[in-house]
Design a binder for this molecule. Sequence first.
Ligand code: PRP
Ligand code: XAN
Ligand code: MG
Length: 159
Amino acid sequence: MSTHRYHQHFTVSWDQLHRDVRELCHRLIERDFKGIVAITRGGLIPAALIARELDVRLIDTVCIKSYDHMEQGGLEVLKGVDHQGEGWLLVDDLVDTGRTAKAVREMLPNAHFVTIYAKPDGKPLVDQYLTEVAQDCWIQFPWDMGVAYVEPLVDQAKR
Ligand SMILES: O=P(O)(O)OC[C@H]1O[C@H](OP(=O)(O)OP(=O)(O)O)[C@H](O)[C@@H]1O
Ligand SMILES: O=c1[nH]c(=O)c2nc[nH]c2[nH]1
Ligand SMILES: [Mg+2]
C-alpha cells in the first residue's frame, strides 16, 4: 500500500480533536469501564482525554506499529495485554484499512473498541466512532504538524 491511495487531507487541530473526543465521551458516559487500553501511539492522546472525562485511572497499552508516515508496512506487535478485554475500553485515534483494528480485536475480543475517526474499510471493526472520513483522505493530526509563517498573497504573487 502506498501514498497513492490518499488524494485529500483532513486537518485536525488540537481544539477540534479535543471537542471530538469530548463528543465521543458523551456517548460513553453511561458505561462503566474497568480501564482503558490505548493502542500506541495514536490512541494515547485520545485515551488520556477520555480517561479524564470518564474518571478512569487504570490505563494499559497495546503497542503496535504499521505505518511509516503514509507507507503501510508489516504489522509489528511490540506489547500485548494479559486479558481479553472484558469490561475494558479500547481506544485508537482512527481506523483506516482496519488492519491494526483486526489484529487488536483478535487480542482483545471482549473490549469495547472506539476510535475518533473511521474510514469505510475499517469502520465495521469498531464498536463506536465519532466522524467518518473518506477512504482516500489522509487525516493530519495536530501532533504531526506545526505552526508556520505564511507569506502574504501580494508577496507570493511578486515571485
Ligand atoms: O486501519 P489501519 O490501516 O491499520 O491504520 C490505522 C492505524 O494506523 C495508525 O497507526 P500507526 O501504525 O501509523 O502508528 P502510530 O499510532 O504510532 O502513529 C493509526 O494510529 C492506527 O493505529
Ligand atoms: O496520521 C494518520 N492519518 C491517517 O489518515 C492514517 N491512516 C492510517 N494511519 C494514519 N495516520
Ligand atoms: Mg496507531
